[in-house]
Design a protein around this ligand. Structure first.
Ligand code: NAP
Length: 293
């Protein structure tokens, strides 16, 4: 562990989230100083070693104090949305932060197609802002998150039935701890090897949604049945909050296309950057068995 005096502060947005919580733990284990942002420090239950700071990033006029004295920033769109993320980035540049690691998406292709879909559009927009910020940057472009499976938790706990429009949809679900480990490497690196890089990050193996559900069954000892529903029913169930029914339907149709062939190939980023293979979905299901029980 480095001494307190020469440690550099890393600010984490979305610190209580799937990636954020794992990243806080990883950075503390590496001896870094961490400022963890959350709307509610009293409920955050973050490690005592982190400086936990309360802030609603959508409702705070001056974000600069949150970045004061920081060397690096982990920026997650999930922490307040696009405008909040852009404001945090501006504040970071103003506060003299040196480096930003952006939690982006594999949906970004660096082609005009990025404008065609709301997911690629919002992540590509933020990537452009990051590149233009003048800060050192790395983008972590995650594919399908394993945590998307948490959407099944209420029905697995309640009825033991998962309703999906495309149980045969394929993807390579990535464990949040692997996304956090990749982000940590980029945040802590002193060689410059990861600057100006956009890394595609997937899990280690392609599998169908039906197989993911089976893995959760094996991890929990539960007998889970899969019921196929229409795209419209799936979009209806998925919509709400920030996701309109129209956007949800677009997503469901996109998943449908992966029944024939996965959208993204498996990437070797986790192994290349961390030196060990990515965590399997079976491992993820074991790590999250309590969420489904
Ligand atoms: N799902 C996928 O397959 C996928 C694929 C590629 C990329 N992504 C990207 O990954 C993101 C999700 O990352 P994640 O799973 O780590 O997120 P998450 O678990 O949803 O965490 C988001 C955190 O943000 C904080 N937050 C929410 N609103 C806030 C606000 N107004 N001000 C400050 N903090 C706020 C919340 O913490 P508090 O409640 O403590 O404030 C929450 O814990 C997506 O938004 C997307 O950009 C997702």
């Amino acid at each position: 562990m480095t001494s307190h005096e020469d440690r550099s502060m890393i600010v984490i947005t979305g610190a209580t989230g799937n990636i954020g919580r794992s990243l806080v733990g990883r950075l503390l284990a590496e001896g870094a100083a961490v400022r963890a942002l959350t709307r509610d420090p009293a409920r955050a239950a973050l490690p005592a070693g982190a400086e936990t700071v309360g802030a609603d990033l959508t409702g705070t006029d001056d974000l600069t104090p949150l970045l004061a004295g920081a060397d690096a920033l982990f920026l997650n769109l999930a922490a307040g949305g696009e405008r909040a993320a852009a404001a945090v980035l501006d504040a970071a540049a103003g506060a003299g932060v040196r480096r930003v690691v952006l939690n982006s998406s594999m949906a970004v292709s660096d082609t005009p197609d990025d404008d065609a879909h709301f997911i690629s559009r919002m992540h590509a927009g933020l990537e452009r802002a990051v590149r233009a910020s003048g800060l050192e940057w790395t983008c972590v472009r995650g594919g399908n998150y394993a945590t998307n499976a948490l959407a099944w938790a209420p029905s697995i706990r309640g009825t033991g039935v998962v309703r999906e429009a495309h149980p045969g949809a394929q993807g390579a679900p990535v464990h949040e701890a692997d996304l956090a480990d990749v982000a940590a490497v980029a945040l802590l690196d002193r060689s410059g090897a990861h600057l100006g890089k956009a890394y595609a990050v997937t899990g280690p193996e392609q599998m169908t949604l039906a197989r993911q559900i089976a893995e959760i069954g094996w991890a929990t000892g539960k007998d889970i049945r899969v019921e196929q529903i229409s795209e419209d029913e799936a979009a209806e169930a998925m919509s709400g909050g920030f996701l309109t029914k129209e956007d949800a339907l677009e997503l469901v149709r996109m998943f449908g296309q992966t029944v024939d062939a996965p959208l993204f190939p498996v990437s070797d980023t986790v192994e290349r950057l961390t030196g060990r293979p990515g965590r399997t979905f079976a491992r993820w299901a074991r790590d999250h068995a309590a969420d489904f029980s």
